[in-house]
Design a protein around this ligand. Structure first.
Ligand code: PGA
Length: 251
């Protein structure tokens, strides 16, 4: 079902004490929230953070990644079934940093999507273009190919477990945000791509989040757009006040 979701992607930031304090602070500031809030800490704190969230129906956790292998001799890797065994709800897949620094391809991501779904984990699937791609006008086709190649083998029922996050690479961590109309244009396009494959109903029920320098001062404008259902927040999710202000931008 389409819902408003705000995800804090902490990336490789925060030590144990800071992580747990941040979660405590955010939770204490949220009362009867009608937005789903998701924390994506590092693997090391995921179990503890998830435990801190279990009493609140609207607060969940996400893993920032999983291995593309099911299990076995893969030193240093973490599998989908391990994450599921912690009670975690979501896996973030296809973040541009994973694609760029760890060479994750659409085919790898397709495998990870399947492993996530077969372990009852919902997927937050990231897509987005570089500045060069936008300037040369190939961004629509690029985003479509990311979605088609990693997700469109799914059945309708499986696809209902997917949340899309549109994250223009040129806006991530740069302080440059896509304007609300630039973001809305892509979100509407993504919805039309989904509709062409799975029909209007599935497309209307898919939550599509925006990510890329989303901050308290621009979240309200972005979230007011018809096809923007929330945010994937990096830098601003590391501070309780700014993260909560973003969450409250729907109200
Ligand atoms: P940012 O990161 O909010 O720091 O730009 C967003 C993301 O990478 O998910």
């Amino acid at each position: 079902m389409r819902k408003n979701i705000v995800v804090g992607n902490w990336k490789m930031n925060l030590k144990r004490k800071e992580s747990l304090e941040l979660v405590e602070e955010v939770i204490s500031m949220l009362k009867n929230n009608n937005v789903e809030v998701v924390f994506a800490p590092s693997y090391t704190y995921l179990y503890k953070v998830n435990k801190m969230c279990t009493d609140l129906s609207y607060v969940h956790t996400a893993s920032q990644n999983i291995s593309k292998n099911k299990n076995g001799a893969f030193t240093g890797e973490v599998s989908a079934e391990m994450i599921h065994s912690l009670g975690v709800k979501y896996i973030i897949l296809g973040h541009s940093e994973r694609r760029e620094y760890f060479n994750e391809t659409n085919t790898d991501l397709r495998t990870k999507v399947d492993l996530s779904l077969s372990n009852n984990l919902d997927v937050i699937f990231c897509c987005g273009e570089s500045l060069k791609q936008r300037e040369s006008g190939v961004h629509f086709d690029w985003i479509k190919s990311q979605i088609v190649e990693s997700l469109f083998h799914l059945t309708e029922e499986e696809f209902s477990k997917i949340v899309i996050a549109y994250e223009p690479i040129w806006a991530i961590g740069t302080g440059v945000t896509a304007s609300s109309s630039q973001a809305e244009e892509i979100h509407a396009y993504i919805r039309s791509v989904i509709s062409d494959k799975y029909g209007e109903n599935v497309s209307a029920n898919c939550s599509i989040l925006y990510g890329g320098s989303c901050k308290p001062n621009n979240a309200r404008e972005l979230f007011s757009k018809e096809n923007i259902d929330g945010g994937l927040i990096g830098g601003a999710s590391l501070d309780a006040n700014s993260f909560v202000e973003i969450i409250k931008s729907f109200q």
